[in-house]
Each structure stands twice: as C-alpha cells, then as structure tokens.
Design a protein around this ligand. Structure first.
Ligand code: MF3
Ligand code: CO
Ligand code: CO
Length: 272
C-alpha cells in the first residue's frame, strides 16, 4: 500500500482556511458571469481578488508553465481552458471556472459550472448530473472505505444517465502540494490498495460528457476538448476525510451541507 499523507490538526486548520478562500472566489465571480464578458476579464477579476483581497497566490499561475490564474472551460472544453481576451461568453454557453489557491503554504482547488442565460435541456441536465456525481461520491466517504469505490459509484451513476466519464484526468491528494498522492479516479478501477483514513485531503472532480468520453489536447498544450465536440461539465471540491465521513473544505455559500450530505442516512459498512 502506498503511504498517504495524513494531515495533522495544524495542517487541517490551514486547509480549512485556504479551502474557504477558494470557495469565496467562486461566490464572488458569480455576479460577473454575464453576456459578452471575456474569459480573460473573468481571469483578471479573480486574479486581483485572490492577490489583493485574499492575500493569497493563484496556484495555477505558472504551474508547469500555465499562463493564467484560473481555468475557464467553455462548452466542449473538458478542462484547462485558458482565459482569452477574444473569447466572449454568449447566450446558452456553459462554463467551468476552476480556482486553485495557495495560502499559508497550503493548497485548495475547486470548480463549478455557470450557465449563460437560458440553458438548453441537455446542458442543464449535464451540469446537474456532473454536480450530482460529485455529491454522491462525497456521500460515500468514510474511513476504511476502499478508494476505488468513489470512481465506481460516479461511473455507474453517469452511465445510467447516458453520459460518459472522462478517464484521462482525475482528482488528487492536495496539501503542501497542488497535486499529491493519491490519484482519485472517476471511473471503475479495482485498485484495492488504497483505503481512506481520517486526515486525508483530496479533490474529487468528475468531468462528464454528453457524447463519448474521448478527449483531445489543443495546440496550446493545455486546452482539453471533447473529440466529438459534445458538451462537457465538471464540479470539483477539496475534502477532508473525518472520523465519520467527510468535510467539504471548499463549500460555497449557496451549498447547504445537509442537502448535500445525507448525514442521517449513512450505511455504516466501514465504520469500526
Ligand atoms: N485545477 C486543476 C485541477 O483540478 C489543475 C489546473 S492545472 C493548470 O487539478 F495548470 F492548468 F492550471
Ligand atoms: Co484538482
Ligand atoms: Co481544479
């Protein structure tokens, strides 16, 4: 079994703080997601807020050479869309905004979808299924659970909805590093090696497509699109495994914890 980083109380405090800050960026940007705003303008607003208001560092900026402070993935872009001065948001667009921060030496990472104006039935359902797939995974988390059950549950649910799960990109441990062990797959993989333990912090960030799950990287070396140009949606949270379940470190204002986690309705399979 690979050794996983278990965070101590002091580190958990710092993870809570940086998690809350990242969630607040997504809360803040909501009112700016309007017709004709460019993805670069969204990037600028987030960048200034993170640096000046939050006294934090945008973790994406300069990460492996990434040129901007957030990722903006529109319509058929699966992830890592680069904000661009020429890209204006228009009626019916769906956009994922992915924010990662460093504060006091610790990282957080979270994303959500925004829809411009009146969504099509398909794009609304896609965004809903992506969010539900994250929430159902969060509901499963408890100590002593095999890690692979997360991906297994996400893929089973998404397939039932007749959508597909991208396999090339996954969630990740997070802490002092932006990306650390373990990898959190969003599809069925029977790796029995890793067992969840209290104090682990990681992201879950399923990418869900309307068509096939095949993806293609653009010439810029970052932007990942669906091969068939179908729509793609993603939601991401950074979480902490607790003694009984999980704590969502990047919970937003609009998210009510008792609506997300069925606290009274847990099966106790793995609880000692
Ligand atoms: N935020 C992405 C993730 O969820 C990583 C983006 S890396 C970047 O893991 F360099 F593209 F910003
Ligand atoms: Co991530
Ligand atoms: Co992210």
């Amino acid at each position: 079994m690979k050794s996983m980083l278990i965070k101590n109380d002091e580190e958990i405090k710092k993870m809570r703080k940086v998690g809350k800050l990242a969630a607040e960026v997504l809360d803040m940007i909501e009112s700016h997601i309007v017709h004709n705003i460019t993805t670069e303008e969204i990037n600028q607003i987030c960048h200034n807020y993170i640096i000046k208001k939050q006294k934090s560092i945008p973790a994406c900026l300069g990460y492996n050479g990434y040129p901007k402070s957030i990722c903006t993935s529109v319509n058929d872009v699966v992830c890592h869309g680069i904000p661009n001065i020429k890209q204006k948001l228009k009626e019916g667009d769906i956009i994922n905004i992915d924010v990662a921060l460093i504060h006091n030496g610790y990282h957080s990472d979270t994303s959500k979808m925004f829809i411009l104006g009146k969504p099509s039935i398909l794009s609304k359902r896609l965004c809903h299924v992506a969010q539900e797939s994250l929430y159902l995974a969060l509901n499963l988390i408890k100590p002593n659970m095999p890690l692979y059950e997360i991906g297994q549950a996400i893929e089973k649910y998404v397939k039932k909805q007749k959508f597909s799960v991208v396999k090339e990109y996954c969630g990740h441990g997070i802490g002092k590093n932006f990306h650390e062990e373990p990898q959190i797959l969003h599809c069925d993989n029977r790796d029995p090696g890793i067992i969840l333990k209290p104090g682990m912090t990681f992201t879950i960030e399923p990418m869900i497509n309307t068509g096939s799950n095949q993806v293609r990287c653009m010439k810029d070396g970052w932007t990942i699109k669906t091969k068939d140009h179908g729509l793609s949606a993603q939601y991401e949270h950074t979480i902490l495994v607790t003694d009984k379940s999980c704590e969502i470190l990047t919970l937003r204002k609009e998210e009510k914890i008792d609506q997300i986690l069925n606290i009274n309705n847990k099966n106790l399979k793995y609880t000692q």
